[in-house]
Ligand binder design. Structure first.
Ligand code: DMJ
Length: 610
C-alpha cells in the first residue's frame, strides 16, 4: 500500500496481506505483533491516524434518529470573526461559488388549509421524518401545512394608465439594476455601481413577488433563475436578523406562495435554519445579528440591546415557514418572543424601543415611539392575530391596549390646522417630543386593517386623521416628497404647524404612506387616496428618477438642490412600487387582505385558520 505525504511516498506493508511476498508463516496473532513492532514510529502514527479517521467517519455518517440539536448561538460579544455589522457599510465581497445545500425538504407538500382562494393539492408532507405527523398534530401551534397551487396564483395585470406607468418605473429601475448591480444588494443609480450590505442579492429577492403581481413574467423568470443558481447563504458575514427575515425570508416565502415553485421554499428553509441560532439567548429574545456561515449570533457591537421592533417583526415569517414545511421549530422560537414580551410590564401597552437579549428586559428609560425601532412591534401584534385566524387573542388585546395608549400618550394636534400626529415619549415617559418619523405613516393602514377585522371604529377616525397629517408631510414640501422626520409645532398658533430640520430632510423612497393609502382605499373606496398616491408617484418621477434607476434624495426642501444620494434601496421595488401599483388598481381586485397578511416588507403570506 502506498501512502502519499507531500512529495514523499511511504511504503506500508499491511500485515496479513495475502499478496505480500514477505507474508509470515507464523500464527496470525504473533505475526501481526511482530510486523507492528517492525514498523517505524512514523508508520505507526500514520496507522493510528487512519484508524482515528475511520472511527470519526463512522460517527459522523451514522444515521441519526433524532432531530439535530439547535446550533448554539455565541453569547460572547465582539467575536474576531465578525466581519461587518453596520447596515450602511459598503461591502463588495463576491458570493462564494458553492450553491446552497439543498434542504432536506425534498418531498411535496400536503394541503391542509382553510384558504378561500388557494385550491387544495393532495400531496405528501415534507421535512417530517419518522413520527413527524404526530409531532405536528401534537403541536397546537402548527396544525396546518400550506401548499400553494402548483400553477401559481393568477393576477389580472395592469388595468389602467397609472398602473402601466408604475410598471414602466419598475422596468426602468430593473434595467439599471441588471446592468450595474446584478446579484448585489442595491443599485447605485447615478454612478452606475452597487452596494452590498448582506451580499444576498437583496433587490432580486425583495422584488420577486412585485414582478409576479405586476405580471412581469420575463423579469420574474430571470430573477427566479438567479435565486435557483446563485443565491446561497454560505456568506461569512454578519447579517441583521430582522432585515434578512422581512426582506429575504419574507421575499422567498411570498414568491413560493404566489408562484407555487418549491425551489423558493427550499431556499427559505436553508435560510431559516441558519437564522434560528439567533434565538438561543438565555431569555429567548433573539440577538440582533448572526453570521449565516458560522451561525454565531450576537448583540450589536455598540450595545447589549436589540431593537424592540426588530425582535417582534419576524414572527409572521417564521410562523409561515413552519406552516409551509411542518417543522415547528421556527414558529416555536419566534412565538416565544411574542409571549415573553406580552408578559413584560408596559406603559399602557406601549413599549420602550430597546430590549436586552441576555436579561429579556426592556431598557429602562428608553424612548417610546411608533417610529424607528418601535413601529412594527404594533403592526405585527395585529397581523399575527390575523395570520392565525384571529385565535391568538392576547396579541389582539396587546394591540388594542397599545393603540389606546398611543391615543392617550403619543398623539397631539397642532394649534393652527389641528393636524393629528404621533410623537414620542422620552426618558421613560417624562418628556414628550413632537417628532414623527415617516416610518410612523404605516399606522393608518394597520389601523384600518384592524377595523376591517372587526376592531373598534374609533380607530378609523384615528387612521383618517393621521393619514391626512402624513399627506401634509408630502404636500407641504416644494418637491411634494416627505422628509424622513417631521416636527410639529404644539405651542404657538402663529408659527407653522410643520417644520423640518436640515438633517432630517432626506427621502429614501420609503413606502409607509403609500402602504396606508392602499389599505385605506380598499376599505373606503375614496379615490382621493389614489390621487394622492399619483401626485407622489409623479414627484418620484420628477426628482428621484435618474438615467439608471431611482435615487434617494438628501433634501426634499429645495427642488433646485435635492442632493441625490445615489442609492436605490430594495424596498423601493419591493414595497413602494408594489403599493403604488396596487393602489391604482381596482379595489381589492389583485391581492385580497382576506386571503393574505402582508409582512413589513410588503410580502404577502397566507392567512391560516388558527
Ligand atoms: C422596510 O424595510 C420595512 O418596511 C421596514 O419595516 C421599515 N423600513 C423599510 C421601509 O421604509
Amino acid at each position: 500500500m502506498l501512502g502519499r505525504l507531500g512529495k514523499e511516498y511511504v511504503s506500508l506493508n499491511v500485515p496479513g496481506d495475502p499478496f505480500d511476498p514477505n507474508r509470515s508463516k507464523e500464527g496470525p496473532r504473533k505475526s501481526l505483533w511482530r510486523r507492528w513492532n517492525q514498523l517505524s514510529r512514523f508508520q505507526r502514527s500514520l496507522l493510528y491516524m487512519l484508524l482515528l479517521g475511520i472511527i470519526l467517519a463512522i460517527i459522523y455518517f451514522r444515521p441519526s434518529q433524532k432531530q439535530p440539536p439547535l446550533p448554539q448561538a455565541d453569547s460572547v460579544k465582539g467575536e474576531d470573526d465578525v466581519e461587518n455589522e453596520l447596515p450602511a457599510v459598503l461591502h463588495s465581497a463576491a458570493p462564494s461559488p458553492s450553491p446552497s445545500k439543498p434542504s432536506d425538504t425534498e418531498k411535496d407538500l400536503p394541503k391542509v388549509d382553510g384558504s378561500k382562494d388557494l385550491p387544495a393539492q393532495a400531496e405528501e408532507p415534507i421535512i417530517q421524518k419518522k413520527n413527524s405527523k404526530e409531532q405536528v398534530e401534537e403541536n397546537n401551534d402548527v396544525e396546518q401545512i400550506r401548499s400553494p397551487p402548483q400553477e401559481g396564483v393568477k393576477f389580472p395585470g395592469p388595468s389602467n394608465e397609472r398602473q402601466s406607468a408604475v410598471i414602466a418605473a419598475f422596468k426602468h429601475a430593473w434595467k439599471g439594476y441588471k446592468k450595474f448591480a446584478w446579484g448585489h444588494d442595491h443599485l447605485r443609480p447615478i454612478t452606475g455601481g452597487f452596494h452590498d450590505w448582506f451580499s444576498l442579492g437583496l433587490t432580486i429577492v425583495d422584488s420577486l413577488d412585485t414582478m409576479y403581481i405586476m405580471g412581469m413574467k420575463e423579469e420574474f423568470t430571470e430573477a427566479r433563475e438567479w435565486v435557483a443558481n446563485n443565491l446561497h447563504f454560505d456568506v461569512n458575514k454578519d447579517v441583521n436578523l430582522f432585515e434578512v427575515t422581512i426582506r429575504v425570508l419574507g421575499g422567498l416565502l411570498s414568491a413560493y406562495h404566489l408562484s407555487g415553485d418549491k425551489m423558493f421554499l427550499d431556499k427559505a428553509v436553508d435560510l431559516g435554519n441558519r437564522l434560528l441560532p439567533s434565538f438561543s439567548s438565555e431569555s429567548g429574545v433573539p440577538y440582533s445579528d448572526i453570521n449565516l456561515m458560522t451561525r454565531k449570533a450576537h448583540a450589536p457591537k455598540w450595545s447589549p440591546d436589540s431593537s424592540t421592533s426588530e425582535v417582534t417583526t419576524i414572527q409572521l415569517e417564521f410562523r409561515d415557514l413552519s406552516r409551509s414545511t411542518g417543522d415547528p421549530r421556527f414558529e416555536e422560537a419566534a412565538s416565544k418572543v411574542s409571549l415573553h414580551i406580552h408578559n413584560l410590564p408596559k406603559t399602557n401597552g406601549l413599549v420602550p424601543i430597546f430590549i436586552n437579549a441576555y436579561t429579556g428586559q426592556f431598557r429602562s428609560y428608553a424612548t417610546i415611539t411608533m417610529g424607528a425601532r418601535g413601529d412594527s412591534y404594533y403592526e405585527y401584534l395585529l397581523k399575527q392575530w390575523i395570520q392565525t385566524g384571529r385565535t391568538l387573542d392576547y396579541l389582539r388585546d396587546d394591540y388594542l391596549e397599545a393603540i389606546e395608549g398611543a391615543m392617550k400618550h403619543l398623539t397631539k394636534r397642532t394649534p393652527q390646522n389641528k393636524y393629528l400626529f404621533v410623537g414620542e415619549l422620552l426618558a421613560g415617559g417624562r418628556d414628550f417630543k413632537p417628532k414623527m418619523d415617516h416610518l410612523t405613516c404605516y399606522l393608518p393602514g394597520t389601523l384600518a386593517l384592524g377595523v376591517h377585522y372587526g376592531l373598534t371604529q374609533e380607530h378609523m377616525k384615528f387612521a383618517e386623521d393621521l393619514l391626512n397629517t402624513c399627506f401634509q408631510t408630502y404636500a407641504q414640501q416644494p418637491t411634494f416628497l416627505a422628509p424622513e422626520i417631521t416636527y410639529f409645532n404644539i405651542q404657538d398658533a402663529a408659527t407653522n404647524d410643520i417644520y423640518v430640520k436640515a438633517n432630517d430632510a432626506h427621502n429614501l423612497l420609503r413606502p409607509e404612506f403609500l402602504e396606508s393609502l392602499w389599505y385605506m382605499y380598499q376599505f373606503t373606496g375614496n379615490k382621493t387616496y389614489q390621487d394622492w398616491g399619483w401626485q407622489i408617484f409623479q414627484a418620484f418621477e420628477k426628482y428621484a428618477k435618474v438615467m439608471n434607476g431611482y435615487t434617494s434624495l438628501g433634501n426634499v426642501r429645495n427642488p433646485l438642490n435635492t442632493k441625490p444620494r445615489d442609492m436605490m434601496e430594495s424596498f423601493f421595488l419591493s414595497e413602494t412600487l408594489k403599493y403604488l401599483y396596487l393602489l391604482f388598481g381596482n379595489k381589492r381586485e389583485a391581492l385580497s387582505v382576506d386571503t393574505y397578511v402582508i409582512n413589513s416588507e410588503a410580502h404577502p403570506l397566507p392567512i391560516y385558520d388558527s
